[in-house]
Design a protein around this ligand. Structure first.
Ligand code: AHR
Length: 495
């Protein structure tokens, strides 16, 4: 491998380390918010959960959905609590109490040092609800909805900068599902009205719900034809699972993600060319993760209960490896992927889990997410690498070594992220780092486990990183041993 400081892809936009909280299952109620919990603060927010969120250094959090937003009336979640209605939440067929709404979530996000990426309802609603909502959130005062916010106790506007124009509107499961033409027109007119209220905002146009959607990428081409001028980003969503229990194939699924990103870029650039536009559309990968472990157990849940344990995937070690590879895919596309959201953050397909009334704990996927978020800030560099390869059921020419590199010029740090996908053999890697004079090894972090199916629980953290990785650096050559099936972070710093 050769790493050179002049092989720049782009500065990493820190918002790629974003996440997502939906009013779904126990994400909000029992996760973020649990007033009776011994560790709850004066507002009912769990401090143990906030501490774990802060460890991940999450810069931006998407809210309030997800599928849920497509039938959500934002007015239900603001104002005096005693006036807030219980509603049938149609996406997940639960009861939404509206104990937490926009203002409470904005307060919580401040406590965890995150911005909010707010989604509006383009399923059952449209221009009118969206323009009122942004007036409520962002206008200083002296108008109907900004004064309502002030009356609700929030003198200063929330100034929410990033807004999603609906959620997964290409999906037939979505309440208010639309054709690409219908969505494109509605999104562009809604976005126009929202930017009239607050021209400083940025908008995300809905892309496809996953790369296998039959309408992909025609959906992007048609919708962007309408929204190209008003939107600043197009969204991508993708979840993977090891349904066939074929780990070698599963660990290569990040290659599908690379392909998905490249295809969306190509489609955006086609519309750019068609419109003779000077603007380049950026990508917001605002839902991504592993999601499949909980599907069966969820089918047994009773409908219309409050905060049932939905989508509570318990992640294993191989999931952590794939999550590491997915994060590296964002870094290698840092020139176009400017935001992303691990879906989700607490309890629902999440790195952080809680017991109601009990402890909070870290899933296996917490670690690669934390490592890349904390150490992946700076300039993403092209990893020039020659790796042995393998073929699997779905993919060919899969490099055993998957890699991404970030150079933090300010702190004079170089962080190399690596997955060894080989399931039975360690690999010796030589890295030419001659352009980083006077750099020394800080540490070589490794996440490894003999059992690909090992999981963490509230009682035992079976999968946790150590810093005994095998690396040495001499005369600009970094020599590392990457153990079989492992996640590695090799950190160098100038002394
Ligand atoms: O994150 C869970 C769900 O996955 C979201 O609500 C939806 O947008 C996607 O299908």
């Amino acid at each position: 491998m050769i790493i050179d400081k002049s092989f720049r892809i782009s500065k990493v936009d820190e918002r790629i380390y974003g996440s997502f909280i939906e009013h779904l299952g126990r994400a909000v109620y029992g996760g973020v918010f649990e007033p009776g919990h011994p560790d709850a603060d004066e507002n009912g927010f769990r401090k143990d959960v906030m501490e774990l969120v802060k460890k991940l250094q999450v810069p931006i959090i998407r809210y309030p959905g997800g599928n849920m937003v497509s039938a959500y009336d934002w007015e239900d979640g603001v104002g005096p609590k005693e006036d807030r209605p219980n509603r049938l939440e149609l996406a997940w067929r639960t009861i939404e109490t509206n104990d937490v709404g926009t203002n409470e979530f904005m307060e919580w996000s401040k406590k965890v040092n995150a911005e909010v990426m707010m989604a509006i309802n383009l399923g059952t609603r449209g221009i009118d609800a969206a323009r009122n909502f942004i007036e409520y959130c962002n206008h200083p005062g002296g108008s109907k909805y900004s004064d309502l916010r002030i009356q609700h106790g929030y003198k200063y506007p929330h100034n929410i900068k990033t807004w999603c124009l609906g959620n997964e509107m290409d999906g037939p499961w979505q309440v208010g599902h639309k054709t690409a033409e219908e969505y494109g027109r509605l999104a562009s007119e809604t976005g126009k009205a929202m930017k009239l209220v607050d021209p400083s905002i940025e908008l995300v146009s809905c892309g496809s719900s996953n790369s296998k959607m039959p309408t992909f990428p025609e959906w992007e081409a048609t919708t962007l034809d309408h929204t190209y001028d008003v939107a600043d980003y197009v969204s991508l969503h993708q979840y993977y699972g090891n349904h066939e229990n074929d780990t070698a194939n599963y660990l290569a699924k990040s290659m599908d993600m690379d392909h998905f990103i490249k295809t969306v870029i190509a489609t955006c650039d086609y519309i750019k060319a068609k419109k003779r536009s000077k603007k380049t559309m950026m990508l917001s990968f605002d839902e991504w993760n592993v999601w499949y472990h909980s599907t069966q157990q969820d089918s047994k849940l009773e409908p219309w209960t409050v905060a049932p344990p939905q989508l509570e995937d318990v992640y294993n070690f191989e999931d952590a490896l794939l999550v590491g590879s997915m994060l590296m895919s964002f870094l290698r596309h840092a020139d176009r992927v400017k935001m992303a959201a691990m879906a989700q953050l607490v309890n629902v397909i999440a790195p952080i889990m809680t017991e109601n009334g009990g402890k909070a704990w870290k899933q296996t996927i917490f670690y690669p997410y934390m490592h890349v978020s904390v150490f992946g800030r700076g300039v993403s560099l092209h990893p020039v690498i020659s790796s042995p390869k393998y073929d699997s059921k779905e993919f060919t020419d899969i490099p055993y070594i998957d890699s991404a590199v970030v150079h933090n010029e300010e702190n004079e740090e170089l962080n190399v992220f690596l997955v060894n996908r080989h399931l039975t053999e360690g690999i010796d890697l030589s890295i030419d780092v001659r352009s980083f004079e006077d750099y020394q090894i800080v540490e070589h972090i490794v996440l490894e486990h003999d059992d690909m199916k090992a999981t963490n629980t509230v009682i035992k953290e079976e999968v946790a990183p150590h810093t005994n990785g095998n690396s040495k650096l001499q005369d600009g050559l970094l020599e590392s041993r990457l153990n079989k099936g492992s996640w590695n972070v090799i950190r160098l710093k100038k002394y």
